[in-house]
Design a protein around this ligand. Structure first.
Ligand SMILES: Cc1ncc(COP(=O)(O)O)c(C=O)c1O
Length: 333
C-alpha cells in the first residue's frame, strides 16, 4: 500500500502484509467499559515475524540498492531485531554479522538459536549490546573485500522508521474497511523508530488516536535519552516527507512506569500479562517487550485511566522466540 510520498525509499518485500487486525473478544469482556483490538505484527512471517520486518523491508532494500553484500547489526543475545535481520539476509543472499552483547553461552536458545540456524556470523561483544563495535568490524570487512552495510541498533534510523510510516497507512485502511475508530494505541517502545515512524505516518495519513508507547529499556541510547533520539528522527522525517512545521518542538509520549526492573528482567507483571492473553485468546506475548507493554495496557484498563467506551488497540510487535529462553522465569513467577 505504498503511497507516492514513500517512493523515494528503496523497499524490498520480506513479510506478509497487511497483518491482521481483530478484536480480543474474551479479553475485552474482562473490561466492560472498553473494546480491545490487536494488530498482529507477530505474524509478519519473517522467521516467526515481528515489528522489525517492516523496518528491514526499507533497510535491506536500501542496502541492496547500494550494492551491499554484507549486513552488520547489533543487539542483545535474545534480539528479535537480529534474528529477523539474519532471516532477511538469508532471503536476499546477503552475508550477515550480528554483534551480540554478553559472552558466548554454552547452549543457544530462543532468538540466538534461530540466528545461528539462519546462518548469521555471531560475535559476542561483552557489555556492548547497542552497536558500539560496529564500526571496527565494518572496517575489517571492507579490508577483506566485502561491501558491508550497517543496520543500526534496533533498525532505528529514518530508513527503518519508514516501515512504520507505511504501517500507519495500513492500519488506517483496515480501520476504514472494518468501519472502526481507535482511541488509543498501546505498544512496546525501545529503540524508537517504530514510535517515530508511527507518529509521522499518522500525520501523513491523517490517522488520529492517542499513542500509548510503553518504555521497555530504561537505559540510555547512545548516551542520550530515547525521547531525544525519537525527536531527532521525527524532525528529519517531517522534512523528508514534506510535512508541515518540521522545526516545531514535539513532545514525545512515553509511559515509563513499567521499566523499573530493567531490560530483559521478567517479573510477575510480564508473566501475568502473558498468561492473561494466552489463556483468554490463545495468543502468545514475548516476556521482554510485548508482555511489558501489555501489562501497562492492563493497568490502564483495570484502573479506568482511559476515557469510557474507548476502543483500545494493542500493537503486537512479535518476539515469540524469546519466550523459549525464559522458561525458568515464566514458570517460577
Ligand atoms: C518484540 C519487540 N517489540 C517492540 C520492539 C521495540 O521497537 P522499537 O525498537 O522500534 O522501539 C522491539 C525491538 O527490539 C521488539 O523486538
Amino acid at each position: 500500500m505504498t503511497q507516492p510520498d514513500l517512493q523515494q525509499w528503496a523497499k524490498t518485500s520480506l513479510g506478509f502484509f497487511p497483518t491482521p487486525l481483530h478484536e480480543l473478544n474474551n479479553f475485552s469482556a474482562l473490561y466492560p467499559e472498553y473494546r480491545v483490538f490487536i494488530k498482529r505484527d507477530d505474524l509478519t512471517g519473517l522467521a516467526t515475524g515481528g515489528n522489525k520486518t517492516r523496518k528491514l523491508e526499507y533497510l535491506i532494500g536500501d542496502a541492496v540498492a547500494r550494492g551491499a553484500d554484507t549486513i552488520i547489526t547489533a543487539g542483545a543475545q535474545q534480539s528479535n531485531h537480529c534474528r529477523q535481520t539474519a532471516a532477511a539476509c538469508a532471503m536476499k543472499g546477503l552475508k550477515c554479522h550480528l554483534l551480540l552483547g554478553g559472552d558466548q553461552p554454552q547452549t543457544y536458545t530462543g532468538n540466538l538459536l534461530l540466528s545461528h540456524l539462519l546462518g548469521a556470523n555471531i560475535h559476542f561483544t561483552g557489555e556492548n549490546r547497542k552497536g558500539e563495535d560496529i564500526q571496527p568490524l565494518m572496517e575489517k570487512l571492507r579490508q577483506a573485500g566485502d561491501n558491508p552495510y550497517e543496520v543500526p541498533y534496533g533498525g532505528s534510523n529514518l530508513t527503518g522508521a519508514m516501515g512504520f510510516v507505511e504501517a500507519a497507512g495500513e492500519l488506517q485502511q483496515q480501520l476504514r474497511e472494518q468501519d472502526l475508530t481507535i482511541d488509543y494505541i498501546f505498544f512496546a517502545s525501545s529503540s524508537g523508530a517504530m514510535q517515530a515512524g508511527l507518529m509521522l505516518g499518522m500525520e501523513l495519513y491523517g490517522l488520529e488516536a492517542g499513542l500509548m508507547p510503553v518504555n521497555i529499556d530504561k537505559e540510555e541510547l547512545d548516551g542520550s535519552k530515547l525521547e531525544k533520539h525519537m525527536q531527532a528522527l521525527h524532525k528529519e522525517g517531517k522534512k523528508k516527507l514534506a510535512l508541515k512545521d518540521p522545526d516545531k518542538p514535539v513532545t514525545m509520549p512515553l509511559i515509563q512506569d513499567f521499566d523499573q526492573a530493567g531490560y530483559g528482567v521478567v517479573t510477575q507483571n510480564e508473566t501475568r500479562a502473558i498468561q492473561q492473553l494466552a489463556r483468554h485468546e490463545g495468543i502468545i506475548l514475548d516476556p521482554v517487550y510485548t508482555a511489558r507493554a501489555f501489562y501497562g495496557m492492563m493497568h490502564y484498563l483495570a484502573n479506568g485511566l482511559l476515557k469510557k467506551q474507548a476502543n483500545v488497540l494493542f500493537w503486537h510487535t512479535g518476539g515469540i522466540p524469546a519466550t523459549m529462553h525464559y522458561a525458568k522465569e515464566l514458570t517460577g513467577n
